[in-house]
Design a protein around this ligand. Structure first.
Ligand code: HEM
Length: 483
């Protein structure tokens, strides 16, 4: 049974100790050991200190778990004691921590927000209704790629897909394109900067006394970025409110209408500000994560021509070469699904999940996670653990063929969307978009590297952030399969 150490059992606490870890330096503790790529440095440290480690980051005790068994303890067995978040100081920009679904405590309001997101956006029925709109966005994307293929120039896959992904999301949520050619670059910079800043090690988190000074300026920057994004979502809500005033408007059309209807019926439960904040959260949580995953999967396919051929052959046999892939084709495409799983294993875009916090002292395998400590699950380390995966650094989609491992938070070897109460609610939507986009990209085009570059020369480094991007964008030349 899950154990919180109650006061009357303090004798037990005496027997439990902090997990092992590297010796901290005075004052700064282990901050220097994080380096520029904390997912990698912490994986190395785990090889020395074990699958549950404690580090002192300034004044903040951080527990890092790096094995399947320990991840299961945190996200399943002790989930109810560890499901609140440790909130990065950056998230307090525009006071967003008070509204943010991903970072709020597991209060009734959090439960309510997750419920309305499920009812209005993520349920199977709604996803079926909105798939037509995502299909249209995919067709537009394919038409743009076709135009590029005529010039023979390389495309930046991630950047080009980003516009499609944001607009797939915005069409699923509020039936319009959020970004256009002239605004997409600015929006992308905004999102990437927020993701980098929120994930970046921050002195203000490690030394609470520095919060006001914000020495690295991270909160100030995020404050500006959030301000710009909230202006956009405020505009969306205001415009829709005006439309709803018109007598001819008719029945609710989408999630935004559903949200506004709830707020009209009970503004204490949900008001316009909360809706604007929720829309920002959904765009932020859904677009960079899905884009980076797509870019990594395409990168691995371009780098592994044999896997590309197999994925193409499967699509040719099921969907028909050159045809648009449908979200509903997913179950008929086990190899393509395995390619996505293998990409998630090697390149989990949220490498530590979102940070958890211990509400009370929590015992795990004879160690204590002290009340208030931050808990990180290093799924990057789990994905490359040689005791689980044969040749862990090799991309081999076949390892998932016929395997029961899925990404739904039940198999702790592969949890790119997390697990337990805080599992990503956008999982099904993300998987549908990924199958639709990745499948269509490779079923309609061949992809070549530019300037005679060979797959072995491709740069595979990542750039750490709360959503981890490829450091060097993938550039590839589309070759149309149309006769
Ligand atoms: C490949 C794409 C995606 C990945 C890899 C991903 C991954 C994650 C992860 C790891 C978490 C934290 C889970 C935990 O702490 O255990 C999370 C939370 C969340 N994700 Fe996603 N996500 C993706 C797409 C989406 C999409 C498309 C949406 C919505 C449009 C979304 C909305 C959210 C929200 C709202 C949360 C916070 C849930 C909570 O704290 O209760 N995500 N996601």
């Amino acid at each position: 049974m899950a154990q919180a150490l109650r006061p009357e059992r303090n004798n037990k606490r005496a027997k439990c100790r902090l997990p092992p870890g590297p010796t901290p330096l005075p004052i700064i503790g282990n901050i220097l050991q994080l380096g520029k790529q904390p997912h990698k440095s912490l994986s190395k440290l785990a090889e020395i200190h074990g699958p549950i480690m404690s580090l002192k980051l300034g004044q903040m005790t951080t527990i890092i778990v790096s094995s399947v068994e320990m991840a299961k303890q945190v996200l399943q067995t002790r989930d109810h004691l560890l499901s609140n978040r440790s909130v990065p100081h950056a998230m307090t920009g525009q006071n967003h921590h008070e509204f943010s679904l991903p970072f709020m405590a597991t209060t009734p309001r959090w439960r309510f927000l997750r419920k309305i997101c499920n009812n209005l956006l993520f349920s199977g029925k709604i996803l079926d209704t909105t798939q037509k709109r995502r299909r249209e966005k995919m067709q537009e994307f394919l038409a743009r790629i076709y135009q590029s293929s005529l010039t023979g120039e390389a495309m930046e896959i991630g950047r080009s897909a980003f516009m499609t992904i944001v607009n797939m999301l915005s069409n699923s949520i509020c039936s319009l394109d959020l970004v256009h050619f002239n605004t997409v670059n600015e929006f992308k910079e905004l999102e990437s900067d927020v993701m980098e800043d929120v994930g970046r090690p921050n002195l203000a988190d490690y030394f609470p006394v520095l919060k006001l000074a914000d020495p690295l300026g991270i909160k100030r920057r995020v404050d500006v970025h959030f301000g710009k994004m909230l202006k956009i979502t405020h505009g969306l809500v205001k415009h829709r409110l005006q439309m709803r005033q018109e007598t001819t408007y008719g029945a609710d059309r989408d999630m935004l209408d559903g949200l506004l209807r709830i707020s009209e019926e009970n503004s204490r439960q949900l008001n316009d500000t909360m809706i604007e904040r929720l829309l920002m959260d959904l765009f932020l949580a859904g677009s960079d994560t899905t884009t980076s995953t797509l870019e990594w999967a395409m990168t691995e396919l371009v780098r592994n021509p044999e896997a590309m051929s197999k994925a193409k052959a499967e699509l040719g046999n099921t969907v028909g070469k050159g045809n648009l892939v449908e979200e509903s084709d997913m179950d008929r495409l086990p190899y393509l699904q395995s390619v996505l799983k293998e990409s998630f294993r090697l390149h989990p875009v949220v490498p530590f999940l979102l940070p958890r916090r211990a509400d009370v002292d929590v015992e795990i395998c004879g160690y204590v996670i002290p009340k208030g400590a931050q808990v990180l699950v290093n799924i990057w380390a789990i994905g490359r653990d040689p005791s689980i995966w044969d040749e862990p650094n090799v991309f081999r989609a076949e390892r998932f063929l016929g395997s029961e491992i899925d990404v739904k938070g039940r198999h702790f070897e592969l949890i790119p969307f997390g697990a337990g109460r805080r599992i990503c609610p956008g999982l099904a939507l993300a998987m549908k978009m990924l199958v639709l986009i990745l499948g269509s990209l490779i079923n309609s085009f061949d992809w070549k590297l530019e300037d005679g570059m060979v797959p072995e020369d491709m740069d595979m480094e990542d750039k750490f952030g709360i959503a981890m991007e490829k450091a060097q964008p993938l550039r590839a030349v589309p070759v149309s399969l149309r006769n």
